[in-house]
Design a protein around this ligand. Structure first.
Ligand code: ATR
Length: 270
């Protein structure tokens, strides 16, 4: 039987994961069946078990199930434990479910592919929700000189920073704590969805700085348009989406797909 994979979400119709994984499978010659499944909000475990019963051996997990997925796993990667969330499920031969989160490594790889140096970089991260929690370990491990988390609710940023202090120089605060200049500024808030921009100083970008929005769209986000006007290089989160998918694909198939052609095709289709 063909190995079955899926992405679980609610809603899930907009997900680009089926398109991305179909492209990876074609490119690598792997035979897989990858679908999108809208799991019920109150029974994620049931949805995963029903999928396994029908030949499912792995899945991606998106909003709002990443914490549910974390809770159902028998074993977890180190970074998933830190993130408190899982975006990749793998069914082991022993029937146990292993969970990982590939979002952070996806972000780091996308930045690296764009030639952005993270080693010794001064990084500002906007937002302190689940999306940001998922990227902090890979960013710190990539050798950032410092990470400042700035959030509308300052205490959330302070608490989040405290959870990662053993990994590097990291602190958190409100937007008013943003002073000085940064080499990389990452927007992990959902503010751009509402067309909002966090209140930030105009002069926060160092020479040659990169502005990264974890969101993406056919048009630049409000944050990226603002950053480009101030001299930063704008990058959106489409590359992160493709890179996190590639890392999931690798965990399932032990084959690493090439991401550049898949990203280019996806960009065309936006
Ligand atoms: P996610 O899983 O996408 O991270 P989340 O956990 O709900 O979602 O976090 C959303 C983040 O966007 C939070 O940091 C939130 O700030 P608060 O912690 O103060 O709520 C931030 N956010 C959402 N809307 C925002 C806005 N209009 N301006 C600034 N920050 C916003």
């Amino acid at each position: 039987m063909t190995d079955r994979y899926c992405v679980f979400g609610h809603p899930v119709g907009h997900s680009k994961s089926p398109q991305i994984h179909a492209a990876f499978a074609e490119q690598t010659g792997e035979t897989i069946d990858y679908s999108a499944i809208e799991a019920p909000l109150d029974d994620f475990i049931g949805a995963w078990q029903a999928f396994i019963a029908k030949g499912g051996v792995g899945a991606n997990v998106t909003v709002p199930f990443k914490e549910d997925a974390f809770r159902l796993c028998d074993t977890l990667s180190h970074r998933a434990k830190r993130a408190g969330a899982v975006n990749t499920l793998v069914l082991g031969g022993n029937g146990q479910t292993y969970g990982d989160t590939t979002d952070g490594v996806g972000l780091v790889r996308d930045l690296e592919h764009h030639g952005v140096k993270l080693a010794a970089a001064r990084i500002l991260v906007l937002g302190a929700g689940g999306a940001v929690r998922g990227i902090l370990e890979p960013l710190l491990k990539a050798g950032a000189a410092s990470v400042l988390i700035a959030n509308r609710t300052a205490e959330k940023a302070e608490r989040l920073a405290a959870d990662f202090m053993d990994l590097g120089v990291i602190r958190g605060g409100g937007f008013e704590a943003v002073t000085g200049t940064f080499d990389v500024v990452i927007n992990g808030t959902s503010a751009s969805l509402a067309g909002d921009l966090p209140p930030l100083p105009d002069d926060l970008f160092a020479n040659g700085a990169t502005a990264y929005d974890m969101m993406y769209g056919a048009e630049p986000t409000v944050f990226l348009a603002w950053a480009a006007e101030r001299g930063a290089r704008p990058l959106d989160g489409l590359g992160m989406l493709v890179e996190q998918a590639a890392e999931s694909f690798f965990q399932w198939r032990n084959v690493r797909p090439e991401t550049a052609p898949v990203l280019a095709a996806l960009r065309q289709s936006l």
